[in-house]
Design a protein around this ligand. Sequence first.
Ligand code: FAD
Length: 433
Amino acid sequence: MKTIVLGGGVIGVATAFYLRQHGCEVTVIEREPDVALSTSFGNAGVIAPGYVTPWAAPGMPAKILKYLFKPNSPLIFRPTLEPAQWRWIARWLRECDLERFRINKRRMQRIAYYSRDCLHEFRARYPFDYGRSQGYLQLFRSEYDLELAQPALAVLRDAGIVHREIDAAQCVEIEPGLRWARKAPLAGLYLPDDEAGDCARFTRELRAVCERIGVRFRFDTRVTALDVQGGVARGVRIESEGEGESEGKREGRRGPGLLMADAIVIALGVESAALLAPLGVKVPLYPVKGYSATLPVTDDEKAPRAALMDESLKTAITRFGNHLRVAGTAELGNGRNTLREQALQTLMSVLDDWFPHAANPTSAHFWVGRRPMMPDGAPLLGASGVDNLWLNLGHGSTGWAMSMGSGQVVADLIARREPGIDLDGLTLARYRK
Ligand SMILES: Cc1cc2nc3c(=O)[nH]c(=O)nc-3n(C[C@H](O)[C@H](O)[C@H](O)COP(=O)(O)OP(=O)(O)OC[C@H]3O[C@@H](n4cnc5c(N)ncnc54)[C@H](O)[C@@H]3O)c2cc1C
């Protein structure tokens, strides 16, 4: 079967790998010159199936209002006249109800746990270094934030997920670098089975594995439209800017073209909705910007060992080998990929609060990315409603954690195999009820 995967982020490359495992002929189309150069590039790297949480949660609207006008806010809202923004916000608010939160969290956990199993299985077959670390520590600054975390803690308890609710001294035992924190945390939550790793590095290594097993990559190639006839997707219209095809075939391929396929997967991150809209496939996807800073560690003893989350300011600090990354901020309503000083200052002040002597702030490399967010937090996997056209999108703030499982599930569906998990609540059907 001839398949085309649109998008060379972590989701697209994972899908390509599993399609090839099923014996498909696979081509990945990517507008950039390499994989993982968009949202998959500078993320926090956390793989926390125990704690994947929808942003739509009880108490969140009040928290947003509280933070909106603070200088060090992890939330930035730019109201626009775009109806899509207001529709998305209205849907998001509906999902903040406690019962909806529980349902959405369980759906996200189902795909995230499956994904971690897929990742571990893959890693056993193809061992390579991607800055992996073990364990995930949440830090709480105030009673208010501890209170807000109660619904999520209840889900952990009900689901029997291994976790420890700990005090400040126990936080320091797990992360000794916190001894130099400017102020002790009020409390912590430790998930020993969660982990972290550099998503971009992993995706580049995965690309190399894919190429070895026969997946073709067409870089510098933009998808402009889908060719659909009689309700059946038959091909992809492309515009090539370079000659960037892998597998050594460097024949001149500039200009427009049409590639035909038996199955096409949309894994274009935040750009997915625009390509689907002309076909009448409406997906409530909205970009939510986030920022990160990557710095070389200067004092190992005073630096974090693994991944932490400042739960109050929703900012992650992750260790990748000799580097650490601080990532966070949710900015709604600004589509441009420009760095915002206010967000960068928040990141650096969170790092300074917890690990003031771990790295030199002047050496920070800043990045901005756009999360492909669904209002309820769960991704869209599987059928699109157009024959031969498949979805693997909307992974929001947890796409790296869900990547291998999502790739496996979508490849299974295309190859007409039974997926390893129940897909209830993870497909487009949930928006068509
Ligand atoms: C600050 C921040 C922190 C995050 N932290 C975490 C975390 O700790 N853990 C976690 O699991 N997730 C995290 N995420 C989320 C995660 O990064 C995303 O969910 C994930 O990268 C989405 O992957 P993707 O492949 O869907 O999208 P992308 O990586 O954006 O891939 C889509 C690809 O499609 C290509 N493309 C788009 N349009 C076209 C076109 N017309 N033609 C050709 N190619 C096109 C793009 O160039 C891109 O390479 C974070 C995100 C941010 C912003």
